[in-house]
Design a binder for this molecule. Structure first.
Ligand code: BES
Ligand code: ZN
Length: 477
């Protein structure tokens, strides 16, 4: 890629436009948030499609080209581009997701999860931060530049999927099929958070994921607990016992081979991470738990960003409706996810879990482990020229240079960008805040963050367009 200077006047006009249209931008976001695009639940497939179509209409309206919905068998993938800056200018591949997590437990929301409500400078709704609100910052940045300059300072390709919250199962196929058309100099994603409103960050690594459903079975049918209790093994109890074998009391995972591929932190990286501000008290408060607890020998920030875990997400089986029924259930189930770090792999880690559970199951108890989805962990190339442009954009907008963070959540597409498209530099520029309650009741986005996100995106697109490009970046894993 050759060096190109932007021909536009810089970000000022677009920044002014964004400020002037701030209220409309929020109204539009509310419209998007009203659509319950829950990708994990099949009955919401039409809602997912409706969210994709609303975004498609908006992308067309603001002047993007080749706006296409790609059918996948699940929620469609939305593609759009603007390549008018020509081959001499850099190309940014922007990613976001329009799907959301289920809103349950519903009775803990102070307002309807799909009827956005503004309270004290925050907008509350499922997806407000993760990821509709953050994705929309870039849509509005693009609008602001196109409306004021009539062009973008660089080329942009957008991939917006509707299955991120359910494991991005069709995304790799799409990326592979369209790899040549998706070629870009860097990725750009806002689907993470920053340490606080005055401290921006760039994410240097994300954890991966292996998600499994475990079914433990015993008798062929449910049994009267008075007639059979104490005479045969109870699958619900055996499931509890099996899950308890996964970790020791200090949070270390006991699945054999689990840590074999884990990239241990070297002392220099550990020291560097310790410099990144982490508000432990605020983190504890945001959890609502009484104490922090995790793998011995690691700080909370290290546990979140650099250590793999096993988590039980849900357990069910037998009688769980109101009142009492005396029964020994024939089956019991659990959803078990594992957060992975470089260089663990989802498929082989799920196989380790299966082997462990089968090995520990007592005689007469069947164990089935079904893989629901997986995503690779990733390390980002923090020396990529796009990171410097992102750093400068965040510093200009938030008044402080960003810190490089290791995030605990997963965004499977980042590893896929590296592996399938060869894009090692994906800018993970989150505008969420740690107390946004992602996946929880009362999710919100702070409106000031939404507006500053739009401004930071405008600054980034202009800054990266003007930055010297280099091929010297190293590759992410
Ligand atoms: N936005 C999150 C991921 C995230 C949040 C990363 C905060 C870093 C900081 C994303 O939408 C998400 O929740 N992803 C899922 C992916 C999984 C289903 C494979 C996750 O992490 O549980
Ligand atoms: Zn999420």
């Amino acid at each position: 890629m050759s060096t190109t200077a932007t021909t536009s006047a810089g970000p000022d006009a677009a920044l002014r436009y964004a400020a002037e249209h701030a209220d409309r931008f929020v109204d539009e976001l509310c419209e998007l948030l009203r659509i319950p695009s829950i990708s994990t639940q099949d009955e919401h497939l039409d809602d997912c499609r409706a969210a994709a179509m609303r975004l498609a209409t908006e992308l067309e309206r603001i002047g993007l080209e080749r706006v296409e919905l790609h059918e996948t068998g699940g929620p469609p993938i939305l593609y759009a581009e603007w390549l008018g800056a020509g081959p001499g200018a850099p190309t940014v591949l922007l990613y976001g997701h329009y799907d959301v997590q289920p809103p349950d437990p519903l009775d803990e929301w102070l307002s309807d999860p799909f009827d956005p409500q503004e309270r004290e400078g925050n907008l509350y709704a499922r997806g407000a931060s993760d990821d509709k609100g953050q994705l929309y910052t870039h849509v509005k940045a693009l609008e602001s530049i196109l409306a004021t300059d009539g062009r973008l300072p660089l080329n942009v390709k957008l991939v917006i999927e509707g299955e991120e919250e359910s494991g991005s199962v069709h995304l790799d196929g799409f990326l592979e099929e369209h790899a040549a058309e998706l070629a870009a100099d860097c990725g750009l994603i806002s689907d993470t958070h920053m340490p606080g409103p005055d401290q921006p960050s760039l994410v240097a690594s994300l954890r991966g994921m292996a998600y499994c459903e475990v079914t433990v079975s015993g008798p062929t049918h449910d049994l009267h607990s008075g007639l059979y209790g104490g005479t045969v093994r109870n699958p619900a109890e055996e499931l509890g016992r099996l899950l308890a074998t996964l970790k020791d009391a200090d949070g270390r995972v006991l699945v054999e081979g689990f840590y074999d591929d884990v990239l241990e932190l070297d002392p220099a990286e550990r020291a560097r991470l310790a410099e990144v501000p982490f508000d432990e008290a605020g983190f504890l408060a945001s959890s609502g738990a009484k104490h922090l607890h995790g793998e011995a020998g690691y700080s909370t920030a290290e546990r979140i960003g650099t250590r793999p875990t096993v988590e039980v997400n849900g357990i069910w089986g037998g009688y769980i409706d109101p009142g009492a029924k005396t029964v020994l259930p024939a089956r019991a189930h659990a959803k078990v996810s594992m957060r992975l770090v470089p260089h663990q792999r989802p498929g082989s880690t799920a196989a380790l879990l299966r082997r462990h559970l089968e090995h520990h199951a007592p005689e007469g108890i069947g164990v089935e482990v079904r893989e629901l989805h997986g995503g690779h962990p990733c390390l980002v190339d923090v020396k990529h020229p796009a990171m410097q442009a992102a750093s400068a954009a965040l510093a200009a907008e938030f008044g402080r240079a960003p810190v490089f963070e290791r995030a605990g959540g997963s965004i499977p597409v980042v590893a896929s960008f590296a592996q399938v498209l060869g894009i090692a530099g994906t800018v993970l520029m989150g505008f969420g805040l740690p107390d946004d309650r992602l996946h929880s009741p009362n999710e919100k986005i702070t409106l000031a963050q939404f507006h500053r996100g739009i401004a930071a995106s405008i600054r980034f697109l202009h800054g990266y367009a003007a930055a010297p490009q280099s091929q010297e970046s190293s590759s992410a894993s």
